[in-house]
Design a protein around this ligand. Structure first.
Ligand code: ATP
Length: 213
């Protein structure tokens, strides 16, 4: 089974890192690949560059053998579309190996706005992780997709290469990259919300309005 966990990771924090390990344990896989995406233009220009986000992820997973970085979306020119990434991975893995994509409820709630979203469950299983403060709206396409294709247990994801949706209740950590960026730009410390090595890098490079040490 191949498990990917995508996001902007602007910056990566302990919510992301804990979640990746919880998923690895629950699915009984040896690794989870973090897949940073290009920042879509509408997110504004206050964040870190792709190279800086990638660098922070690498720092964060250093020494943790179960967490890896897959930088394919940053290598591609232009916007990152999940369907393209999954298609590429499917070609590499072959038709039989289970492929799993991890998303939070906030990201999954707008699933039907993703490009080629109908194709996605044909390519991969989806693990939807509950996120503090965001539940799936009952009437959403995401909810009905879940009702159509539920996985009862993590073990179900091993039975087929794609197509099931698993609701996964990981221990909740109410941490967001937005909250971290706001603390930094407001002159407050985000320490303990993210790895010290990442925070040090943020200060060294003056990211998110941080004062260089
Ligand atoms: P931002 O605040 O900038 O939107 P974020 O903290 O939500 O950032 P993303 O990089 O957008 O981080 O998140 C990547 C994925 O991780 C998304 O699917 C998101 O739902 C999930 N996620 C982020 N933080 C948490 C958390 N604390 N607990 C569970 N899931 C999370």
């Amino acid at each position: 089974m191949h498990v990917i966990y995508g996001g902007t990771f602007d910056p990566i924090h302990h919510g992301h890192l804990r979640l990746a390990l919880e998923v690895a344990d629950a699915l009984q896989v040896e690794r989870v690949d973090l897949v940073p995406c290009h920042i879509p233009p509408h997110r504004g220009s206050t964040g870190a560059t792709s190279a800086q986000r990638l660098d922070m992820i690498r720092l964060a997973v250093e020494g943790e053998s179960r967490l890896h970085v897959d930088d394919r979306e940053l290598q591609r020119a232009g916007a990152s579309y999940t369907a393209d990434t999954l298609r590429q991975l499917r070609t590499e893995l072959g038709p039989k190996r289970p492929l799993v994509m991890v998303v939070g409820t906030d990201a999954f709630a707008g699933f039907d706005r993703w490009r080629e979203w109908r194709e996605i469950p044909e390519l991969a299983h989806i693990v939807v992780v509950s996120r503090p403060g965001s539940a799936l709206p009952e009437a959403s396409v995401a909810s009905s997709l879940y009702r159509e294709r539920p996985a009862e247990t993590p073990g179900d994801l091993w039975q087929t290469p794609a197509g099931r949706i698993l609701a996964f209740d990981a221990p909740l950590m109410d941490i967001s990259a937005t909250g971290i960026r706001q603390r930094i730009s407001g002159g407050h410390s985000p320490r303990y919300l993210l790895p010290d090595s990442v925070l040090q890098r943020i200060h060294d490079q003056g990211l998110y309005g941080a004062c260089p040490d």
